[in-house]
Design a protein around this ligand. Structure first.
Ligand SMILES: Nc1ncnc2c1ncn2[C@@H]1O[C@H](COP(=O)(O)OP(=O)(O)OP(=O)(O)O)[C@@H](O)[C@H]1O
Ligand SMILES: [Mg+2]
Length: 215
């Protein structure tokens, strides 16, 4: 089964996930083992998944009901798990994801309250054959501070939700960070982009070196 390493980036809107994944990706390009890394984003990452991403985030004609939204996210995950993540890990690759199932617990569980967190975790377990990330960078920042980072650009369906929605997202991440402490690296996302990048680089490299030694 799983041989590789699975690293995820999580956090609420505008906490800096994509900025940090991008910087980490640039750093990886300087490494000799760069071909050993696979970067993915959720929802998306497969042809079907990208269509689902568009439906979930931008389809305003008939926006999905809560349960439809949950199942669309999970459908995208089932697809990327089987087609991309599982084969890459079996080859011993290092998979890096911008969002994963902690987002589902935070958004669909805590914020939308579609199902209890435990049930959302059970659905994910079914889809992922119990796979969990080895390391999760959780970029923690209060939503009222993070939102000041968003410019005037048009907001997608999640981003347009009121502040209390995002406060519940924050609580959801806190819940997961407590529940699966061992894989969580909680990062203070109010720090500068460079400072955060250096922290992430250090932690990720330590894990990667350990992984190569054990191989
Ligand atoms: N540490 C930081 N300090 C200040 N601004 C930041 C920091 N990190 C990112 N930003 C800025 O905040 C904005 C949002 O960053 P980014 O898109 O990386 O967030 P995200 O977590 O990927 O958001 P989303 O949830 O919408 O995908 C960008 O304008 C980015 O330049
Ligand atoms: Mg992003």
């Amino acid at each position: 089964m799983k041989k590789g390493l699975f690293i995820t980036f999580e956090g609420g809107e505008a906490c800096g996930k994509s900025t940090q994944v991008q910087l980490f990706k640039q750093f990886v390009q300087t490494r000799q083992d760069k071909d050993n890394f696979v970067f993915i984003r959720e929802p998306g990452g497969t042809i079907l998944g990208e269509k689902i991403r568009d439906l979930v985030l931008n389809f305003t004609q008939d926006s999905p009901t809560d349960k439809a939204e949950l199942l669309l996210f999970l459908a995208s995950r089932a697809q990327i798990y089987t087609k991309v993540i599982k084969p890459a890990l079996e080859e011993g690759k290092i998979v890096v994801a911008d969002r994963f199932y902690d987002s589902t617990v935070a958004y669909q569980g805590f914020a939308r309250q579609i199902m209890p967190a435990e049930e959302i975790l059970a659905l994910n377990k079914m889809i992922l054959n119990s796979l969990k990330p080895d390391l999760t960078f959780y970029l923690e920042i209060k939503p009222e501070i993070a939102f000041k980072r968003k410019g005037e650009s048009s907001l997608d369906r999640m981003e347009s939700e009121p502040l209390e929605f995002h406060q519940k997202v924050y609580e959801g991440y806190r819940f997961m960070a407590e529940k699966e402490k061992n894989r969580f690296a909680v990062i203070d996302a109010t720090k500068s982009i460079d400072e955060i990048h250096n922290q992430i680089k250090q932690k990720a490299c330590a894990l990667i070196e350990k992984y190569y030694k054990q191989k």
